[in-house]
Design a protein around this ligand. Structure first.
Ligand code: PGA
Length: 275
C-alpha cells in the first residue's frame, strides 16, 4: 500500500470533563501553538455546553470544535438530548458517534449509530465514527471481523471522505494505558480501508481519514502517527492537559517529509459553521 498522504487530524475528546479549566486550558494551548505551524488539522470535542464558548475562544485559530453525541432526530420531545442541528448552531463542525462509552454505557447498537451518523450528515456535520473490539474479542482474534461488521452496519450509504472520519478505538485500550502493537494497528486500519474501498470506491477509501484512538499519549503519538495507514489520532485523557495535547500535535510535525504537506483535507473539518 502506498504511503498515505492525507493531512493528519488530531482530535481531543474531553468526554464529561472540562468545565472549570476549559478556557484557561484552551488559551494556554493556543498560545503554545502560536509559534508553530501545525502539520495537522486540530479539533476539540468538549461537552455540549462548552461548544459555543470554546468556539469563541478558538475563533480564527483554525482549531475546529466538535460534539460527542447527537440524537437520531433533528428536534422533538427528547428530554436531555442534543440534536445535530443544535450542535451545528452552537458552532460544531463534527460529532463523535458510536464511541464505546455510548455503545456500552447507553446500549447504542449499530442501527442507532447508523441513524445518528445520517443525522449528522443531514445537518452538515462530519461524523467521526468509532469502532473497536472488546478485550474478549481481541483475545479471541476476532478484531478485524468485529470492526468490519461495525463499519458495515453503522455507516450509512451517504458517507464519503468529506463527511466521515473513521476512528479505530480498541475498547480495551481506552483509558487503560495499553495499546496494540503498532503493526496490529496498521493491519486493522488497512482492513478497514479495504472494506471502505469495496463498499464505496478506491478513491473514496484512499481519501477517508482513519484515526487511531485509545491511550494515545505525548510519548506514543509519534510512533502511531508515523504508521502509513494512520491518518490521525483521537485523544481522550491526554487532551485535557494542554502541554500533552500540544506535544501530540507536535508529533505530527515530525512527519513532515513522510507525508505530503497540505494533503487532502475534508473541507467540513476546517470550516467553522455559521449559526
Ligand atoms: P483515552 O480515550 O485517550 O483516554 O484512552 C480515548 C477515547 O476514548 O476516545
Amino acid at each position: 500500500m502506498p504511503r498515505n498522504t492525507l493531512k493528519p487530524l488530531v482530535v481531543g475528546n474531553w468526554k464529561m470533563n472540562g468545565a472549570v479549566m476549559a478556557r484557561d486550558n484552551v488559551r494556554s494551548m493556543v498560545s503554545m501553538l502560536a509559534s508553530m505551524t501545525p502539520e495537522c488539522d486540530i479539533m476539540i470535542c468538549p461537552p455540549a455546553t462548552l461548544i459555543a464558548p470554546l468556539c469563541d475562544v478558538l475563533a480564527r485559530t483554525g482549531i475546529a470544535v466538535g460534539g460527542q453525541d447527537c440524537h437520531t432526530k433533528s428536534s422533538g420531545a427528547h428530554t436531555g438530548d442534543v440534536s445535530a442541528p443544535l450542535l451545528r448552531a452552537a458552532g460544531a463542525v463534527a460529532v463523535i458517534l458510536g464511541h464505546s462509552e455510548r455503545r456500552l454505557g447507553h446500549g447504542e447498537d449499530n442501527a442507532m449509530i447508523r441513524a445518528k451518523v445520517a443525522a449528522a450528515h443531514n445537518a452538515g456535520l462530519t461524523a467521526i465514527l468509532c469502532l473497536g473490539e472488546t478485550l474478549h474479542e481481541y483475545e479471541a482474534g476476532r478484531t478485524e471481523d468485529v470492526v468490519a461488521h461495525q463499519l458495515a452496519a453503522s455507516l450509512p450509504d451517504g458517507a464519503d471522505c468529506a463527511n466521515t472520519v473513521i476512528a479505530y478505538e480498541p475498547v480495551w485500550a481506552i483509558g487503560g494505558g495499553r495499546i496494540p502493537e503498532p503493526r496490529a494497528i496498521g493491519a486493522v486500519h488497512q482492513s478497514l480501508r479495504a472494506a471502505l474501498s469495496n463498499r464505496f470506491s478506491a478513491r473514496q477509501a484512499e481519501r477517508m481519514r482513519i484515526l487511531y484512538g485509545g491511550s494515545v499519549t505525548a510519548k506514543n503519538a509519534g510512533e502511531i502517527l508515523s504508521l502509513p495507514q494512520v491518518n490521525g489520532v483521537l485523544v481522550g485523557s491526554a487532551s485535557l492537559r494542554a502541554g500533552d495535547f500540544v506535544d501530540i500535535i507536535k508529533a505530527s510535525r515530525k512527519l513532515k517529509g513522510i507525508r505530503a504537506k497540505g494533503g487532502l483535507q475534508p473541507g467540513a473539518i476546517r470550516a467553522k459553521a455559521s449559526s
